[in-house]
Design a protein around this ligand. Structure first.
Ligand code: SF4
Length: 317
């Protein structure tokens, strides 16, 4: 399987590009996730010519449109960094990225809650800034999955992000193969229950869109579908929503199950719902019955295999 191409703040890979010549190596990213992805490192501050080491910087002014100033000498690098960022993201178009992991809290790379200091340089900063490069990137690629390494320590956010990476990769492959209505119907059929696990509203909406697929030009149809799909997947798949999907899945083979098997599966789903076991437990049992009874439609459901088992992402949610 071809590796997923993933943009990343270079210091998270251990590259010594921080202002003090250090790095912020993240071993989950490099050693675990690194087995499935090919990284495309970006260090805005070093690449735009500010050098290593360099004077540290921070965001100053209005949180919606802050400036990037060096801390001691107050040199303004905003225009330089933004002009460089616009060119860099245009170049990243050719890289086929499926997502980006940003370095948290950085005035250049942080994707949210970056400190913005008052104009005077004195006083308490507000946690409402977005790093200058991260802002340009997210405006250019509004649908791409993005996260920062701090948020990836949360098992729910980690599972959600990696699930979206794999969905985006499949979507790119679908587009690369030459999109068609039939192809979109097949793609949607495989992803239906995954979408349902995130949002009943989106599940119904994209279902209606696909049902009327022949009424729209294919490019417009695909644009609309991808935007609704990625919006849906950004929403949290809660235990309540997953429980609903698991009951739904059970409906496809409940006539095949013996009374004992049915009882066992219902108990395991309930144990998950109550928080006694992680999601991997009922999903493993469902997969067992799918292999045993071959219910048509379920074997290809992405919900049952959204990302490699070895990442153990559903062992913690
Ligand atoms: S946070 Fe961004 S700008 Fe700072 S060292 Fe890391 S990649 Fe470079």
């Amino acid at each position: 399987m071809q590796k997923i191409r993933l943009g990343i703040s270079a210091c998270l890979l251990g590259e010594q590009v921080r202002f003090d010549g250090g790095h912020q190596l993240d071993r989950f990213i490099t050693e675990t996730l690194g087995q499935y992805v090919e990284f495309v490192p970006v260090c805005p501050e070093a690449e735009c010519g500010l050098g290593v080491p360099r004077e540290p910087m921070r965001l100053v002014g209005m949180p919606e449109s802050p400036r990037l100033l060096t801390v001691r000498t107050r040199i303004d690098h905003t225009e330089r960094l933004v002009a460089w960022a616009r060119k860099r993201v245009a170049g990243l178009e050719q890289e086929g990225l499926c997502g980006f992991i940003f370095k948290s809290k950085s005035p250049s790379s942080g994707m949210e809650r970056v400190k913005v200091y008052p104009e005077s340089g004195q006083g308490t900063p507000v946690l409402r800034g977005v790093g200058l490069f991260a802002r340009v990137f997210m405006e250019h690629f509004p649908l791409l999955p993005v996260e920062d390494e701090g948020r990836l320590h949360d098992p729910d956010l980690r599972e959600n992000f990696i699930e979206r990476l794999f969905v985006w990769r499949r979507w790119r492959e679908f587009l690369a193969a030459g999109p068609s209505v039939g192809g979109l119907v097949a793609f949607h059929t495989r992803h239906k229950l995954l979408i349902l696990a995130h949002s009943l509203g989106h599940y119904r909406e994209v279902g209606r869109l696909v049902a009327r697929a022949r009424e729209m030009p294919v490019p417009a149809l695909c644009d609309h579908y991808q935007s609704r799909l990625m919006d849906a997947l950004r929403l949290k798949a809660t235990p309540k929503k997953n429980t609903n999907v698991l009951h739904h899945l059970m409906g496809y083979f409940k006539r095949d199950l013996s009374p004992d098997e049915k009882q066992e599966l219902l108990e395991v789903i309930d144990n998950y719902h109550q928080g006694y076991v992680p999601l991997i437990v009922p999903v493993t049992l469902v997969n067992h019955y799918v292999r045993k009874y071959h219910p048509p439609y379920l074997a290809d459901q992405v919900y049952l295999h959204p990302h490699p088992m070895e990442l153990q992402l559903r062992n913690h949610v």
